[in-house]
Design a protein around this ligand. Structure first.
Ligand code: BES
Ligand code: MN
Ligand code: ZN
Length: 512
């Protein structure tokens, strides 16, 4: 799908789109078209029974002959003051869906009119992002469906082009170049998450990321199980022991800020991602109903990869490190067991209370490695860590645990500006205590389980955070995946986090 921005309508435009607020007022552009069409637009708005300009309503009408275009589309935006980045994206998705439904392959959107706090370039770019997210499908394995053999009676229309008409088209174009790249990063994450676990396992995941990111200038290093053993990543290795696909650690380096920043004593920003390509639960096997979606358990690592794709493509002036902890949690005679006491890279020992609480074990070694090797300016981990996080916040908000108020306020702001919702969760000594062991230093499940499961998991990770490390833990269990389609999301991976973190880096970590 092509997106463009221009000051004037292209000559052969057939479909024009107007944003209509709840007061149904016509913008100056719409008024001009209303006159050209002999009052048609005003008449439709006045006489249509259902269209009220409510947020997300779409009405498609054929224009009378001689009006200068073929179709007029009204896109309801509701109350302008209530618009948010997210709600504008949803409008972009609704528009795309309506165009598809009407068999319209190209349209031009007029942007004059009241959009509350959002200027036309903001509205245009977020509508474009929403349309692009809505347009995504994961169909690489639909090779023999009737549709792809051309037998389907109604061929599906895909929208080929959306043009946005606005005075400040150059501003919009510049904004879009960044957001377009971040949106591509989001879709790349969806592709990785949707990939089935027989095809995407630690080694193939690592090589895929290497193949995709190396050409963009990201330095990618893959550590295999033998190397991890000599490096002392015992907890990470323990989790992967039951699988025929051994663990991998992938380190991404993007040196966009150059050596000067490093010399000034400023470490990189580090992103750590949980990359369980499949989480069967191990000997604490997950039941039917819980196991089917567990290819999603690498979404944290995928999101870090998608973020680096975006940073590299837009040549972000930042030094960033990505650490992807990959493993498969399976059952076999080699599996680690409940009651095993395992070592970690940090030196702390952990009793395995439950083999299904594997993510925190992999992360423990990754977090230690990140701090020892890179002295991060800030460290953010992303993990589909707990079902408890889904119980708390569902698919809507990402629960985030942060040990630094300044970092939290930056993330909060990035959440609002990117449209990816985020909510702060508490870290507390009480939960760290719940993870202490009796015959080992730590246990990998909280004593008060299942209460506060997301919080005791965060508390477990906190045992591996060194004094002075600025750290955030994003439990993306709920937001990285949806079981059925929603606005702008197809069933499966969502790609949550790339746009938020790209924004965070751009606003607060670049060029400093
Ligand atoms: N990967 C799961 C968490 C998860 C569940 C993510 C559902 C997405 C959807 C994680 O490894 C896990 O199994 N956590 C356990 C921890 C428990 C054993 C303490 C959980 O949440 O049940
Ligand atoms: Mn698990
Ligand atoms: Zn898991």
């Amino acid at each position: 799908m092509k997106i463009n921005f221009s000051k004037a309508l292209a000559l052969k435009t057939e479909t024009i789109v107007f944003l209509i607020a709840a007061d149904k007022a016509l913008s100056s552009q719409a008024q001009a078209w209303n006159t050209k069409s002999g009052g048609f637009l005003a008449r439709v708005l006045k006489t249509h029974g259902k269209f009220s300009g409510a947020h997300g309503q779409v009405l498609v009408r054929t224009l009378p002959d001689g009006a200068g275009a073929v179709n007029a589309v009204f896109l309801g935006i509701g109350t302008p003051e209530k618009l948010t980045t997210r709600s504008i994206e949803i409008l972009g998705g609704k528009l795309l869906g309506a165009l598809e439904g009407a068999g319209i392959a190209a349209a031009s959107v007029f942007l004059e009119g009241d959009c509350g706090a959002f200027a036309p370039p903001d509205v245009a770019t977020h509508l474009a992002a929403g349309a692009k997210l809505q347009d995504y499908r994961f169909d690489r394995y639909k090779k023999n469906s009737s549709a792809s053999r051309g037998k389907s009676s109604v061929p599906e229309t895909r929208v080929q082009k959306i043009s946005f008409v606005l005075e400040k088209s150059a501003v919009a174009e510049k904004m879009w170049s960044g957001l377009d790249i971040a949106t591509d990063g989001t879709l790349y994450v969806r592709d990785l998450v949707n990939e089935p676990p027989n095809r995407l396992y630690p080694d193939s995941f690592a090589r895929r990321v290497q193949g995709d990111l190396t050409p963009l200038g990201v330095e990618v290093t893959i550590y295999d199980e033998k190397k991890l053993k000599t490096m002392g990543h015992a907890a990470h290795l323990a989790v992967g022991m039951g699988s025929d696909h051994p663990p991998r650690l992938v380190v991404l380096q993007w040196n966009g800020a150059g050596k000067a920043t490093q010399k000034a004593g400023k470490g990189p920003i580090v992103f750590v991602g949980k990359g369980l390509t499949f989480d069967a639960g191990g000997l604490n096997l997950k039941p039917t109903g819980g196991i089917e979606d567990m290819k999603l358990d690498m979404a944290g690592a995928a999101t870090v990869a998608g973020l680096f794709m975006a940073l590299a493509r837009r040549k972000a002036r930042v030094n960033a490190i990505g650490i992807l902890g990959m493993a498969e949690n399976m059952i076999s005679g080699h599996s680690y067991r409940p009651s095993d006491i395992i070592d970690t890279l940090s030196g702390k020992t952990v009793e395995v209370g439950n083999t299904d609480a594997e993510g925190r074990l992999v992360l423990a070694d990754c977090l230690t490695y990140a701090q020892k090797k890179f002295s991060p300016r800030a460290m953010i981990d992303l993990a589909t860590l707990t079902g408890a996080m889904m119980v708390a916040l569902g698919n809507e908000y990402c629960g985030t645990f942060v040990n630094d108020d300044a970092l939290w306020s930056q993330m909060d702001e990035a959440g609002r500006e990117s449209g990816e919702k985020i909510w702060r969760m508490p870290l507390d000594e009480a939960w760290r205590k719940e993870d202490e062991g009796t015959i080992s230093d730590l246990v990998n499940i909280g004593a008060g389980r299942p209460n506060a499961g997301a919080c005791t998991a965060a508390g477990f990770l906190e045992h591996f955070i060194e004094d002075g490390t600025v750290w955030a833990h994003m439990d993306i269990a709920g937001v990285s995946w949806v079981k059925s389609a929603r606005p702008n999301l197809s069933k499966g991976g969502t790609g949550y986090g790339v746009r938020l973190l790209d924004r965070l880096v751009a606003a607060h970590f670049e060029g400093r």
